[in-house]
Design a protein around this ligand. Structure first.
Ligand code: ADP
Length: 359
């Protein structure tokens, strides 16, 4: 595929993309427009169709219906090699008998590129990934993080139009994963290429992506910046999937400007009476004299913050974020309030009802 240097439209456009295996619907009418240079996270629970969507974009699987456009060209019938994409998988296989230098250069060598050009590109990628000192080592002489960087390097040397990554960090231990996250973000800023990154880890998506596509059962639930998904979730699923610990949720009824359920809270007076779900994030619940009484079941200390797991008189479970140094303990009684500007309401179908006071 010729590099579309003069092209300024969307890097990727998905139009009503569907994938069925027999009677099983894995992807159901996915629409998405990705601008050049974006870092998009495909996020959702295991089995929601993220990897399938990535494979369709890569050309490793055929869609049942819909259209995939890459750089303005219909890509449905293009072979993977014609799409100008590079994939990085969770299980990256490096050639054990080749040095880092040879591993990095292998894809280019195979495509018949001049040796000196290959050497130059390998050196550049190695520098970018801080692998300069490891170029003559073999994979079993590298740490897990270094091996993952070599796998990334093999994608980078090809200078693809789009990077497609499928949970590339999930085999690394927790500390290394956090480091590699930051490294990938830095790398993305320097290389500036459109990246689609599959993950089931909402923290990974929140910290890395310019926009998140949150999926459930093959259906896109919301597309937006991490801040948008966090502050204005489109539905109950998004509200509880993004954020840890999740948003508090209470089922109840709206009656003339008041939410009545296991908690009571004032809501805007114009809202239609009827059944709703009320949500509020743990950091927005206030501990105040005169508020609703609750009893602490457990105190979860996570360092800078602590989470009080409490229970209201009506038996509703409630999480409240407080200072890490809190003296609160199991069995203590507290009083809580739910500030109007932080309430989120969801209708019977689970979809968010806009409120004027949202912040
Ligand atoms: P995710 O990446 O979000 O974990 P996948 O895209 O791997 O999810 O899979 C989505 C769904 O498609 C799963 O329910 C899976 O069982 C199903 N699936 C994937 N590949 C096939 C296949 N070849 N045949 C039948 N079902 C499949």
């Amino acid at each position: 595929m010729t590099r579309p240097d003069a092209y300024t439209g969307p890097a990727i456009e998905l139009i009503e993309v569907a994938k069925h295996y027999g009677k099983t619907t894995v992807l159901d009418g996915v629409n998405l427009t990705v601008a050049p240079g974006e870092f998009i996270a495909l996020l959702g629970p295991s089995g929601c169709g993220k990897s399938t969507l990535l494979k369709l974009i890569a050309g490793l699987d055929e869609l049942t219906s819909g259209e995939i456009h890459i750089a303005g060209r219909l890509a449905n019938y293009l072979k993977p090699a014609q799409r100008d994409v590079a994939m990085v998988f969770q299980n990256y296989a490096l050639y054990p008998h080749m040095t880092v230098r040879e591993n990095l250069g292998f894809p280019l060598k195979m495509s018949g590129i001049d040796r000196d050009v290959v050497r130059g590109k390998v050196e550049t990628a190695a520098h970018l990934l801080q692998l300069g000192a490891q170029l003559d080592r073999f994979p079993d002489e590298l740490s897990g993080g270094q091996r993952q960087r070599v796998a990334l390097g093999r994608a980078i040397v090809r200078e693809p139009y789009i990077f497609l990554m499928d949970e590339p960090l999930s085999n690394l231990d927790a500390l290394l994963r956090v480091e590699m996250r930051a490294e990938l973000v830095r790398l993305h800023k320097r290389v500036g290429r459109t990246t689609i990154y599959v993950t089931h880890d909402q923290v990974e998506a929140m910290t890395m992506a310019s926009r998140i596509v949150l999926m459930k059962s093959g259906v896109v639930q919301q597309v937006g910046t991490p801040a948008e998904l966090y502050a204005t979730p489109a539905n109950v699923f998004v509200a509880t999937f993004v954020g840890s610990p999740p948003m508090n949720m209470f089922g109840g009824l709206i009656e003339s400007g008041v939410f009545r359920g296991p908690i009571e809270a004032a809501v805007p007076s114009g809202l239609k009476p009827g059944p709703v779900t009320l949500g509020i994030r743990p950091e927005h619940v206030e501990i105040r004299n005169g508020g609703l009484p609750a009893v602490i079941d457990a105190v979860e200390r996570v360092g800078p913050d602590s989470y009080l797991r409490a229970r209201t008189g009506a038996g509703a479970a409630l999480t409240v974020r407080v200072d890490g140094a809190t003296k609160a303990k199991e069995g203590d009684r507290i009083n809580v309030r739910f500030p109007l500007e932080h309430l989120r309401l969801f209708d019977e179908a689970g979809n968010r009802m806009p409120m004027l006071e949202e912040s």
